[in-house]
Design a protein around this ligand. Structure first.
Ligand SMILES: [Mn+2]
Length: 358
């Protein structure tokens, strides 16, 4: 993996050696990968003896992903306690941004992160990283997830920590051998959710990571139980309703669904409970692009998934102020700016899909 160059590992070790207060930050509306990678990094930094480590997010994670957060890590959510979150950022002398390509994706935290005097490290797998804003960058889109990228970085760090000087330090310790199970569990959770349980963006290195973690004692069965078999009844009912009543398929090969506040309230849907819905239309042979709109305060959150050969990323970027990965991307549709009112969303999306695919 080119981005995990030995010089960068040495630079990271040097930054860690001088750090006394570290803050680890992920993107807004944290998903499993953001939570898994930040949790794993925080656990690792604690085990490396760094006195103060906190993880900061702009908003509180969905209930069904809370199990990923280790009890021993200090988390601050800006929407719950802005002062505590800002204080953690202010006093940090080393800062990690994980699973997003720029501070912009942290929304409420952006200004505080940009103002920070800390040394800054980026660990990410999205396109177009904002490399200018960081002292050290680990970034490649050719990997399953930020959790996987972090796994390979930690493997190298551990090798280095056994014998910190000289090239031999990078080939002497068996891979995955000394990574704590708690760190491995968080990483496997992140990778599993970002690949939709090994369905997309899977590389040989991804299977290797999973294989090594399971061999090291990570309980994948327990993890799958928590990730995929622990939902509330409401979610299954909503999924059925949307597929029966709310699915629109266009002749151009695109599908879309709109989750309005009315529907969300009717099914008492909580954050995270519509996860996976956007993938369902792609199971239809004739559909190559799927869009899910979810109404939020003053805008719709837009999730986009595509089959190989169609770019979800380009649609997100060109029509929905967003971006992401080639086949999984997201953005926003602003009510009042992009469309006059909630009722105009369907016409906007239909037009966007037709012109994008024509
Ligand atoms: Mn990710």
């Amino acid at each position: 993996m080119d981005c995990i160059h030995k010089d960068r590992i040495l630079a990271l070790q040097a930054l860690m050696a001088h750090a006394t207060s570290v803050v680890v930050v992920g993107h807004t509306h944290p998903d499993g990968d953001a939570l898994g990678s930040t949790s794993a990094l925080a656990l690792y930094l604690q085990s490396a003896g760094i006195p103060e480590v906190s993880v900061v997010f702009s908003d509180t994670p969905a209930d069904n992903l809370h199990f990923i957060l280790p009890d021993s890590v200090r988390f601050c959510f800006h929407d719950q306690d802005a002062q505590k979150a800002e204080e953690s950022i202010r006093k940090a002398d080393l800062l990690f941004l994980v699973d997003c390509n720029s501070f912009q994706r942290t929304e409420a935290l952006q200004a505080h992160l940009e103002a920070s005097q800390a040394r800054k490290v980026l660990i990410d797998h999205h396109l177009n990283p904002d490399t200018q804003a960081f002292d050290l960058v680990f970034s490649t889109p050719d990997i399953s997830s930020a959790s996987e990228l972090l796994y390979w970085i930690l493997v190298q760090l551990m090798k280095g920590s056994v014998a910190p000087s000289g090239a031999s330090a990078f080939s002497s310790v068996p891979e995955g051998a000394t990574l704590p199970v708690s760190v491995g569990t968080a990483l496997l959770a992140g990778m599993t959710t970002d690949t939709n349980n090994f369905a997309n963006s899977v590389y040989p290195s991804t299977f290797q990571m999973a294989s090594e973690l399971i061999a090291a004692g990570v309980d994948r069965d327990a993890l799958l139980q928590k990730l995929y078999n622990s939902y509330r009844e409401n979610r299954v009912r909503l999924m059925g309703y949307m597929q029966y009543e709310g699915l629109h398929i266009l002749p151009c090969g695109a599908a879309y669904m709109i989750l309005t506040q009315d529907i969300l309230q009717r099914f008492d849907l909580k954050e995270g409970e519509s996860e996976g819905l956007v993938n369902v239309p792609l199971t239809i042979g004739a559909v190559r692009l799927s869009v899910l709109l979810k109404e939020d305060q003053g805008h719709f959150r837009v999730s986009i998934r595509s089959k190989k050969g169609t770019s979800a990323q380009q649609l997100a970027q060109s029509r929905f102020h967003g971006g992401g990965h080639e086949n999984a991307a997201g953005g926003k549709l602003f009510i009042g700016q992009d469309i006059p009112s909630v009722e105009d969303a369907a016409a906007f999306v239909e037009n966007a899909l037709k012109t994008f695919l024509s």
